[in-house]
Design a protein around this ligand. Structure first.
Ligand SMILES: [Zn+2]
Length: 118
């Protein structure tokens, strides 16, 4: 029983472990969001959205608006063409309610009590 529980915990933590993404620039909205990829959608210099699979494993797609004048709005920063940082944090108010920061392709989970600090 105990071993069973340990395995179960390990499974959860593995799923909660920090997934690593890689950015991909797309001119058009992708037909399907593949896991592990952050889509930066739009023409060069006029990107309007970012889309990726939620890192918690819930299977939902996360869409972030990049357009000025629409709220909420996010920004992204590239380190070369391979590393993306998204700001501010992503705080899902629907579904899994995951709250995380994406920095240099990595997911950093936010604790609930730190929500107001970000
Ligand atoms: Zn999720």
């Amino acid at each position: 029983m105990r071993r069973h529980l340990q395995r179960w915990f390990r499974k959860i933590f593995r799923r909660k472990r920090r997934p690593v993404y890689r950015p991909r620039f797309e001119a058009e909205e992708p037909a399907a969001i593949e896991p592990g990829i952050i889509y930066i959608i739009g023409e060069q210099g006029y990107q309007w959205a970012i889309a990726f699979k939620c890192p918690c494993g819930c299977g939902n797609d996360v869409w972030l608006n990049l357009l000025k004048g629409h709220r909420p709005k996010w920004k992204f920063y590239m380190k070369g063409r391979r590393k993306i940082t998204i700001s501010p944090s992503v705080n899902r108010t629907v579904g899994c309610r995951s709250h995380f920061v994406l920095s240099d392709n990595r997911v950093h989970w936010c604790r609930i009590d730190s929500e107001n600090d970000l």
